[in-house]
Design a protein around this ligand. Structure first.
Ligand SMILES: *Cc1c(COP(=O)(O)O)cnc(C)c1O
Length: 391
Protein backbone atom coordinates (compact mmCIF):
# COMPACT_ATOMS: atom_id res chain seq x y z
CA UNK A 1 0.00 0.00 0.00
CA UNK A 2 1.27 3.41 -0.88
CA UNK A 3 0.28 6.57 1.00
CA UNK A 4 -3.01 8.02 -0.20
CA UNK A 5 -1.23 11.34 -0.66
CA UNK A 6 0.95 11.43 -3.76
CA UNK A 7 4.60 11.28 -2.76
CA UNK A 8 5.90 14.12 -4.92
CA UNK A 9 7.02 16.11 -1.87
CA UNK A 10 9.26 15.15 1.03
CA UNK A 11 7.95 17.40 3.80
CA UNK A 12 9.61 17.85 7.19
CA UNK A 13 7.71 15.91 9.84
CA UNK A 14 6.16 19.04 11.27
CA UNK A 15 2.88 20.83 10.80
CA UNK A 16 1.46 24.06 12.13
CA UNK A 17 -1.74 24.91 13.91
CA UNK A 18 -1.59 28.63 13.84
CA UNK A 19 0.50 31.58 12.87
CA UNK A 20 0.91 35.11 14.07
CA UNK A 21 3.12 37.70 12.40
CA UNK A 22 6.56 36.17 11.90
CA UNK A 23 5.84 33.11 14.06
CA UNK A 24 4.26 29.73 13.43
CA UNK A 25 3.06 27.40 16.17
CA UNK A 26 3.89 23.75 15.57
CA UNK A 27 1.92 20.63 16.37
CA UNK A 28 4.93 19.76 18.56
CA UNK A 29 4.01 22.61 20.90
CA UNK A 30 6.95 24.78 19.83
CA UNK A 31 7.03 28.27 18.40
CA UNK A 32 8.98 28.74 15.16
CA UNK A 33 10.51 31.91 13.74
CA UNK A 34 9.35 31.92 10.14
CA UNK A 35 12.14 32.96 7.77
CA UNK A 36 10.56 30.87 5.00
CA UNK A 37 7.22 32.70 4.73
CA UNK A 38 5.82 29.81 2.69
CA UNK A 39 8.55 30.46 0.08
CA UNK A 40 8.20 34.24 -0.06
CA UNK A 41 4.41 34.07 -0.04
CA UNK A 42 3.44 35.29 3.43
CA UNK A 43 4.90 38.75 2.87
CA UNK A 44 2.64 40.24 5.51
CA UNK A 45 3.25 37.37 7.92
CA UNK A 46 0.52 35.18 9.35
CA UNK A 47 -2.95 36.33 10.30
CA UNK A 48 -2.30 39.94 9.33
CA UNK A 49 -5.35 41.88 10.62
CA UNK A 50 -5.96 43.66 7.29
CA UNK A 51 -5.96 40.35 5.39
CA UNK A 52 -8.10 38.56 7.96
CA UNK A 53 -10.60 41.41 7.76
CA UNK A 54 -10.59 41.44 3.94
CA UNK A 55 -11.13 37.70 3.53
CA UNK A 56 -13.69 37.45 6.31
CA UNK A 57 -15.70 40.35 4.97
CA UNK A 58 -15.66 39.04 1.39
CA UNK A 59 -16.33 35.43 2.47
CA UNK A 60 -19.72 36.40 3.83
CA UNK A 61 -20.65 38.19 0.59
CA UNK A 62 -19.64 36.40 -2.62
CA UNK A 63 -16.64 34.13 -3.32
CA UNK A 64 -16.91 33.35 -6.98
CA UNK A 65 -18.92 34.33 -10.03
CA UNK A 66 -16.59 33.47 -12.99
CA UNK A 67 -15.37 35.94 -15.56
CA UNK A 68 -18.74 35.80 -17.34
CA UNK A 69 -19.54 38.81 -15.18
CA UNK A 70 -17.68 41.95 -14.25
CA UNK A 71 -15.62 41.61 -11.09
CA UNK A 72 -15.16 45.11 -9.65
CA UNK A 73 -12.28 43.95 -7.41
CA UNK A 74 -10.29 43.05 -10.55
CA UNK A 75 -10.81 46.48 -12.06
CA UNK A 76 -9.77 48.21 -8.84
CA UNK A 77 -6.67 46.06 -8.29
CA UNK A 78 -5.62 46.22 -11.95
CA UNK A 79 -5.80 50.02 -11.76
CA UNK A 80 -3.71 50.03 -8.57
CA UNK A 81 -1.04 47.84 -10.19
CA UNK A 82 -1.07 49.94 -13.37
CA UNK A 83 -0.63 53.11 -11.29
CA UNK A 84 2.25 51.55 -9.35
CA UNK A 85 4.18 49.99 -12.27
CA UNK A 86 5.25 50.33 -15.93
CA UNK A 87 2.23 48.29 -17.02
CA UNK A 88 -0.95 49.38 -18.82
CA UNK A 89 -3.08 46.27 -18.22
CA UNK A 90 -3.26 43.27 -15.91
CA UNK A 91 -4.57 39.70 -16.22
CA UNK A 92 -5.33 37.72 -13.05
CA UNK A 93 -4.81 33.99 -12.53
CA UNK A 94 -4.14 31.63 -9.62
CA UNK A 95 -0.44 30.85 -9.50
CA UNK A 96 2.99 31.78 -10.67
CA UNK A 97 3.21 29.13 -13.37
CA UNK A 98 -0.11 30.28 -14.78
CA UNK A 99 1.09 33.88 -14.80
CA UNK A 100 4.18 32.81 -16.77
CA UNK A 101 2.04 30.69 -19.06
CA UNK A 102 0.05 33.85 -19.85
CA UNK A 103 3.28 35.80 -20.42
CA UNK A 104 4.52 33.17 -22.89
CA UNK A 105 1.18 33.18 -24.71
CA UNK A 106 1.21 36.99 -24.77
CA UNK A 107 4.64 36.99 -26.43
CA UNK A 108 3.42 34.67 -29.18
CA UNK A 109 0.08 36.44 -29.59
CA UNK A 110 1.74 39.84 -29.85
CA UNK A 111 3.91 38.77 -32.79
CA UNK A 112 0.98 37.03 -34.44
CA UNK A 113 -1.08 40.20 -33.94
CA UNK A 114 1.54 42.41 -35.63
CA UNK A 115 1.84 40.00 -38.55
CA UNK A 116 5.09 38.27 -37.60
CA UNK A 117 3.87 34.86 -36.40
CA UNK A 118 7.21 33.27 -37.32
CA UNK A 119 8.64 34.95 -34.25
CA UNK A 120 7.77 32.71 -31.29
CA UNK A 121 11.01 31.64 -29.61
CA UNK A 122 12.03 32.94 -26.21
CA UNK A 123 15.58 33.23 -24.93
CA UNK A 124 15.72 32.21 -21.26
CA UNK A 125 18.53 31.52 -18.82
CA UNK A 126 20.20 28.37 -17.53
CA UNK A 127 19.24 27.35 -14.02
CA UNK A 128 16.26 29.63 -13.80
CA UNK A 129 12.84 28.66 -12.47
CA UNK A 130 9.48 29.62 -13.90
CA UNK A 131 7.06 27.00 -12.56
CA UNK A 132 6.05 23.39 -13.16
CA UNK A 133 3.74 23.39 -16.18
CA UNK A 134 5.03 21.89 -19.43
CA UNK A 135 5.78 25.33 -20.87
CA UNK A 136 7.43 26.70 -17.75
CA UNK A 137 9.68 23.66 -17.20
CA UNK A 138 10.78 24.05 -20.81
CA UNK A 139 11.46 27.73 -20.10
CA UNK A 140 13.65 27.03 -17.08
CA UNK A 141 16.58 25.30 -18.77
CA UNK A 142 17.10 22.79 -15.95
CA UNK A 143 17.31 19.13 -16.91
CA UNK A 144 16.04 17.95 -13.54
CA UNK A 145 12.67 19.68 -14.08
CA UNK A 146 12.23 18.08 -17.51
CA UNK A 147 13.37 14.55 -16.64
CA UNK A 148 10.70 11.95 -17.40
CA UNK A 149 8.22 14.32 -19.00
CA UNK A 150 8.93 13.56 -22.62
CA UNK A 151 10.06 16.03 -25.24
CA UNK A 152 10.42 19.53 -23.83
CA UNK A 153 7.97 22.02 -25.28
CA UNK A 154 9.61 23.76 -28.21
CA UNK A 155 10.27 27.46 -28.28
CA UNK A 156 12.96 28.15 -25.68
CA UNK A 157 16.68 28.75 -26.13
CA UNK A 158 18.97 28.94 -23.13
CA UNK A 159 22.14 30.84 -22.38
CA UNK A 160 24.17 31.45 -19.22
CA UNK A 161 23.05 34.54 -17.34
CA UNK A 162 25.26 37.64 -17.33
CA UNK A 163 26.81 37.55 -20.81
CA UNK A 164 25.14 39.91 -23.25
CA UNK A 165 27.23 38.54 -26.17
CA UNK A 166 25.77 35.08 -25.61
CA UNK A 167 22.25 36.49 -25.64
CA UNK A 168 22.93 38.42 -28.83
CA UNK A 169 24.39 35.33 -30.48
CA UNK A 170 21.29 33.31 -29.59
CA UNK A 171 18.92 35.68 -31.41
CA UNK A 172 17.51 34.32 -34.68
CA UNK A 173 14.75 35.42 -37.06
CA UNK A 174 12.37 33.39 -34.88
CA UNK A 175 13.28 35.06 -31.60
CA UNK A 176 10.40 36.95 -30.01
CA UNK A 177 11.43 37.68 -26.44
CA UNK A 178 13.85 37.37 -23.55
CA UNK A 179 12.59 35.96 -20.24
CA UNK A 180 14.47 36.48 -16.97
CA UNK A 181 14.15 36.53 -13.18
CA UNK A 182 15.89 39.74 -12.04
CA UNK A 183 17.10 37.75 -9.04
CA UNK A 184 17.20 34.00 -9.56
CA UNK A 185 15.35 32.79 -6.48
CA UNK A 186 15.16 28.99 -6.66
CA UNK A 187 18.59 29.12 -8.28
CA UNK A 188 20.09 30.38 -5.00
CA UNK A 189 19.31 34.12 -4.79
CA UNK A 190 21.65 34.92 -7.66
CA UNK A 191 21.33 38.67 -8.17
CA UNK A 192 21.46 39.58 -11.85
CA UNK A 193 23.54 42.74 -12.38
CA UNK A 194 21.34 45.79 -13.09
CA UNK A 195 23.76 46.65 -15.92
CA UNK A 196 22.97 43.28 -17.54
CA UNK A 197 19.24 43.91 -17.20
CA UNK A 198 19.67 47.31 -18.85
CA UNK A 199 21.74 45.72 -21.61
CA UNK A 200 18.89 43.25 -22.21
CA UNK A 201 16.48 46.18 -22.43
CA UNK A 202 18.69 47.89 -25.02
CA UNK A 203 19.08 44.69 -26.99
CA UNK A 204 15.31 44.13 -27.02
CA UNK A 205 14.77 47.69 -28.23
CA UNK A 206 17.37 47.34 -30.99
CA UNK A 207 16.11 43.98 -32.22
CA UNK A 208 12.37 44.45 -31.70
CA UNK A 209 12.07 41.80 -28.97
CA UNK A 210 9.86 41.80 -25.89
CA UNK A 211 11.47 41.74 -22.46
CA UNK A 212 9.66 39.58 -19.90
CA UNK A 213 10.44 39.69 -16.17
CA UNK A 214 9.42 36.87 -13.86
CA UNK A 215 8.95 38.75 -10.57
CA UNK A 216 6.93 36.02 -8.92
CA UNK A 217 9.43 35.73 -6.08
CA UNK A 218 11.12 39.16 -6.24
CA UNK A 219 7.97 41.27 -6.46
CA UNK A 220 5.51 42.67 -3.93
CA UNK A 221 8.08 44.45 -1.81
CA UNK A 222 10.48 41.56 -1.20
CA UNK A 223 13.55 43.51 -2.34
CA UNK A 224 12.52 46.83 -0.81
CA UNK A 225 10.90 48.09 -4.03
CA UNK A 226 7.41 47.06 -5.09
CA UNK A 227 9.09 45.19 -7.98
CA UNK A 228 12.78 44.46 -8.44
CA UNK A 229 13.03 45.99 -11.93
CA UNK A 230 12.89 49.38 -10.20
CA UNK A 231 16.42 48.79 -8.83
CA UNK A 232 17.73 48.62 -12.40
CA UNK A 233 16.16 51.88 -13.58
CA UNK A 234 14.52 50.23 -16.59
CA UNK A 235 11.22 48.55 -17.37
CA UNK A 236 10.17 45.24 -18.95
CA UNK A 237 7.30 44.86 -21.44
CA UNK A 238 5.62 41.99 -19.60
CA UNK A 239 5.97 41.01 -15.93
CA UNK A 240 4.55 38.23 -13.83
CA UNK A 241 3.64 38.33 -10.15
CA UNK A 242 2.24 35.73 -7.75
CA UNK A 243 3.53 34.37 -4.40
CA UNK A 244 3.23 37.38 -2.03
CA UNK A 245 0.56 39.01 -4.21
CA UNK A 246 -2.07 36.96 -2.39
CA UNK A 247 -0.26 36.82 0.94
CA UNK A 248 -1.12 33.10 1.13
CA UNK A 249 -4.28 33.08 -0.97
CA UNK A 250 -3.54 31.70 -4.46
CA UNK A 251 -3.35 34.65 -6.88
CA UNK A 252 -1.16 35.37 -9.86
CA UNK A 253 -0.99 38.25 -12.30
CA UNK A 254 0.51 39.02 -15.69
CA UNK A 255 1.15 42.70 -16.37
CA UNK A 256 1.85 44.15 -19.81
CA UNK A 257 2.38 47.34 -21.74
CA UNK A 258 -0.42 48.49 -24.04
CA UNK A 259 0.99 47.28 -27.37
CA UNK A 260 1.17 43.73 -25.99
CA UNK A 261 -2.04 43.86 -23.96
CA UNK A 262 -4.18 44.82 -26.98
CA UNK A 263 -3.15 41.61 -28.75
CA UNK A 264 -4.97 39.60 -26.07
CA UNK A 265 -8.38 39.89 -27.66
CA UNK A 266 -11.68 38.55 -26.35
CA UNK A 267 -11.58 34.77 -25.95
CA UNK A 268 -7.80 34.49 -26.41
CA UNK A 269 -7.07 33.46 -22.83
CA UNK A 270 -8.87 32.86 -19.57
CA UNK A 271 -9.24 31.05 -16.27
CA UNK A 272 -12.29 29.89 -14.33
CA UNK A 273 -11.04 31.01 -10.95
CA UNK A 274 -8.69 33.76 -12.10
CA UNK A 275 -9.29 36.96 -10.18
CA UNK A 276 -12.43 35.79 -8.40
CA UNK A 277 -13.95 38.13 -5.80
CA UNK A 278 -12.37 36.32 -2.84
CA UNK A 279 -8.90 36.42 -4.40
CA UNK A 280 -9.28 40.07 -5.34
CA UNK A 281 -10.40 41.04 -1.84
CA UNK A 282 -7.24 39.52 -0.35
CA UNK A 283 -4.80 40.68 -3.05
CA UNK A 284 -6.35 44.15 -2.93
CA UNK A 285 -5.62 44.34 0.80
CA UNK A 286 -2.07 43.04 0.24
CA UNK A 287 -1.30 45.65 -2.41
CA UNK A 288 -2.86 48.42 -0.34
CA UNK A 289 -0.74 47.46 2.68
CA UNK A 290 2.52 47.13 0.77
CA UNK A 291 2.06 50.39 -1.13
CA UNK A 292 1.09 52.34 2.01
CA UNK A 293 3.43 55.18 3.02
CA UNK A 294 6.50 53.87 4.82
CA UNK A 295 5.99 50.12 4.25
CA UNK A 296 8.81 49.67 1.73
CA UNK A 297 11.09 51.93 3.80
CA UNK A 298 10.61 49.42 6.60
CA UNK A 299 11.60 46.56 4.29
CA UNK A 300 14.77 48.43 3.26
CA UNK A 301 15.64 49.21 6.89
CA UNK A 302 15.05 45.66 8.10
CA UNK A 303 16.97 44.32 5.11
CA UNK A 304 19.96 46.48 6.05
CA UNK A 305 19.83 45.40 9.68
CA UNK A 306 19.52 41.75 8.76
CA UNK A 307 22.39 42.00 6.28
CA UNK A 308 24.62 43.63 8.90
CA UNK A 309 23.81 40.90 11.38
CA UNK A 310 24.40 38.16 8.84
CA UNK A 311 27.73 39.59 7.68
CA UNK A 312 28.82 39.38 11.32
CA UNK A 313 27.81 35.73 11.52
CA UNK A 314 29.70 34.95 8.29
CA UNK A 315 32.83 36.65 9.70
CA UNK A 316 32.59 34.58 12.89
CA UNK A 317 31.96 31.29 11.09
CA UNK A 318 34.03 31.25 7.90
CA UNK A 319 34.12 27.44 7.84
CA UNK A 320 30.33 27.17 7.69
CA UNK A 321 29.22 30.16 5.63
CA UNK A 322 30.70 31.48 2.42
CA UNK A 323 28.74 34.56 1.41
CA UNK A 324 25.54 36.51 1.69
CA UNK A 325 23.53 37.27 -1.43
CA UNK A 326 20.40 39.21 -2.18
CA UNK A 327 18.57 42.50 -1.97
CA UNK A 328 16.22 43.76 0.75
CA UNK A 329 14.66 40.78 2.51
CA UNK A 330 15.32 38.42 -0.41
CA UNK A 331 18.50 36.90 0.99
CA UNK A 332 20.55 33.74 0.64
CA UNK A 333 23.47 32.30 2.58
CA UNK A 334 25.84 30.30 0.44
CA UNK A 335 27.11 27.48 2.63
CA UNK A 336 30.46 25.73 2.86
CA UNK A 337 28.78 22.74 4.45
CA UNK A 338 25.82 21.06 2.78
CA UNK A 339 22.92 23.54 2.81
CA UNK A 340 20.60 20.82 4.09
CA UNK A 341 22.72 20.52 7.25
CA UNK A 342 22.28 24.20 8.02
CA UNK A 343 18.59 24.08 7.12
CA UNK A 344 18.02 21.11 9.47
CA UNK A 345 20.07 22.60 12.31
CA UNK A 346 18.08 25.85 12.07
CA UNK A 347 14.82 23.91 12.03
CA UNK A 348 15.91 22.09 15.22
CA UNK A 349 16.68 25.50 16.71
CA UNK A 350 13.15 26.68 15.85
CA UNK A 351 13.93 28.69 12.71
CA UNK A 352 12.29 28.00 9.34
CA UNK A 353 14.26 28.72 6.17
CA UNK A 354 14.16 27.50 2.55
CA UNK A 355 16.87 25.66 0.67
CA UNK A 356 17.84 26.96 -2.76
CA UNK A 357 20.11 25.96 -5.65
CA UNK A 358 23.88 26.48 -5.58
CA UNK A 359 24.08 25.21 -1.96
CA UNK A 360 22.20 28.21 -0.58
CA UNK A 361 19.87 28.56 2.40
CA UNK A 362 17.32 31.25 1.62
CA UNK A 363 16.17 33.70 4.27
CA UNK A 364 12.73 34.99 3.25
CA UNK A 365 11.13 36.50 6.35
CA UNK A 366 7.76 38.21 6.31
CA UNK A 367 8.30 41.85 5.35
CA UNK A 368 6.69 42.94 8.63
CA UNK A 369 9.57 41.62 10.79
CA UNK A 370 11.06 43.90 13.42
CA UNK A 371 14.53 44.22 14.93
CA UNK A 372 13.62 41.78 17.72
CA UNK A 373 13.11 38.96 15.19
CA UNK A 374 16.29 39.88 13.34
CA UNK A 375 18.27 39.61 16.60
CA UNK A 376 16.58 36.30 17.29
CA UNK A 377 17.54 35.00 13.84
CA UNK A 378 21.13 36.22 14.08
CA UNK A 379 21.71 34.68 17.50
CA UNK A 380 20.06 31.38 16.48
CA UNK A 381 22.27 31.27 13.38
CA UNK A 382 25.36 32.00 15.48
CA UNK A 383 24.50 29.14 17.85
CA UNK A 384 23.78 26.74 15.03
CA UNK A 385 27.05 27.58 13.25
CA UNK A 386 29.03 27.04 16.47
CA UNK A 387 27.28 23.70 16.91
CA UNK A 388 28.07 22.67 13.35
CA UNK A 389 31.73 23.68 13.78
CA UNK A 390 32.01 21.45 16.81
CA UNK A 391 30.18 18.55 15.22
C1 LIG B 1 7.56 30.21 -7.33
C2 LIG B 1 7.97 30.69 -8.64
C3 LIG B 1 7.26 30.34 -9.80
C4 LIG B 1 6.10 29.38 -9.80
O1 LIG B 1 5.02 29.79 -9.03
P1 LIG B 1 3.86 28.73 -8.68
O2 LIG B 1 2.85 29.55 -7.94
O3 LIG B 1 4.49 27.67 -7.83
O4 LIG B 1 3.35 28.17 -9.93
C5 LIG B 1 7.68 30.89 -11.00
N1 LIG B 1 8.72 31.71 -11.07
C6 LIG B 1 9.43 32.07 -9.99
C7 LIG B 1 10.57 33.02 -10.13
C8 LIG B 1 9.09 31.56 -8.73
O5 LIG B 1 9.81 31.88 -7.67
Amino acid sequence: MIPALLSNYAPADLSFEKGEGAYLYGNDGRRYLDFAAGIAVSGLGHAHPALVAAITDQASKVWHVSNLFRIPGQEVLAQKLVNATFADAVYFCNSGAEANECAIKMVRKYFSHIGEPEKYRIIAFENSFHGRTLATIAAAGQDKLLAGFGPAMDGFDHVAVGYIDLVEAAITDETAAILIEPIMGEGGIRVVEPSFLRALRDLCDERGLLLVFDEIQTGMGRTGKLFAYEHAAMVPDIMTSAKALGGGFPVGACLAVEKVAVAMTVGSHGSTYGGNPLAMAVAGAVVETITAEGFLDHVVEMGNHLKQGLEGVIDRHPDILEELRGVGLHLGLKCKIENKQLFNALLKQGVLTVMGGDNVVRLLPPLIIEDAQISELVSALDDVCTELENA
